[in-house]
Design a protein around this ligand. Structure first.
Ligand code: MF3
Ligand code: CO
Ligand code: CO
Length: 275
């Protein structure tokens, strides 16, 4: 969700836009890493309840990453010290786990990135502590469906602008707004690589999708205005107007006729009111 560095992954080739094209055999590594990240998000679900602190959730995630013999991609990343980002209510992304306890009706995104055999699996989803309000439910549903509108636009020959357009037009049709200040990213043997995957845009613009590209789609949607600001901790991004914000993230790979989702929930619990 930030400006990507130059891709220094060693495999495959780079397009003229600097996007790495991975090989067929590399999909297996991404599936394994993605599955672990998604499994951890499945397993944390029962712990999300009023009274629980976000630091406790993060400690459990750290334990699960270690127990799996994997590595957290976020601990030590640009000075970040936690295995997850936990973004509650009007926090857009990069919420730092802490002692604050969840209250009834809070909605939160938990974002986990793991490294397995050198491959990165990055996914996030929404949870609710206690009872879900009608307006939060609507926000979560639209954000979830917007991610899948973006995923449906992924196939060789389409462009990154087609993905952004699919997401933005869906969200705005529901009178909500797409955050512009953070984007998805290429990943694979590195955490953040080209391209910036914008969640807004115009059809037919941007780099052309090719089989073997690996990247995230991770739209952040606000009930109010799209503007964000970063707090004094240099990480926590919040909505400027204090409106509620939601986000879902999958890591995907472009195939010959569409895409593979690396971070599908093994338990079928990607959406908070499923499973
Ligand atoms: N997982 C986040 C993303 O989707 C990045 C978190 S970086 C951290 O790109 F340092 F804040 F953890
Ligand atoms: Co990401
Ligand atoms: Co993430």
């Amino acid at each position: 969700m930030e400006k990507p560095p130059v891709d220094d992954g060693a495999r495959g080739r780079l397009t003229k836009d600097g996007i790495r094209i991975y090989e067929q055999a590399d999909f297996a590594g991404m599936h394994k890493a993605g599955r672990l990240a998604a499994h951890i998000l499945d397993e944390i679900a029962p712990m999300v309840e009023p009274g629980r602190s976000t630091a406790e959730l993060d400690a459990e995630i750290t334990r699960m990453v270690e127990e799996a013999g994997a590595t957290s991609a976020t601990i030590g990343y640009r000075g970040y010290q936690h295995a997850s980002c936990i973004s509650v209510n009007h926090v857009v992304c990069h919420g730092i786990p802490g002692d604050k306890r969840l209250k009834d009706g809070d909605i939160l995104n938990i974002d986990v990135t793991v490294i397995v055999d050198g491959w990165y699996g990055d996914t996030s989803r929404m949870y609710v502590a206690g009872k879900l309000s009608r307006k939060a439910e609507r926000l979560i549903q639209v954000t979830h469906d917007a991610l899948f509108k973006g995923i449906e636009a992924v196939r060789p020959g389409n462009t990154f602008g087609d993905i952004g357009y699919a997401i933005q037009s869906y969200v705005e049709a529901h009178r909500m707004s797409v955050v512009r200040d953070f984007c998805g990213h290429g990943l694979g043997r590195v955490f953040h690589a080209p391209p910036n995957v914008l969640h807004y845009g115009r059809p037919g613009t941007g780099p052309v999708l090719e089989e073997g590209m690996f990247f995230t789609i991770e739209p952040m949607v606000n009930l109010g205005r799209p503007e964000t600001k970063v707090l004094a901790d240099d990480w926590t991004a919040v909505t400027r107007d204090k409106s509620l914000s939601a986000q879902f993230e999958h890591s995907i790979g472009v195939t010959a006729d569409g895409c593979d989702i690396f971070t599908l929930s093994p338990a079928g619990r990607f959406h908070p009111t499923w499973g």
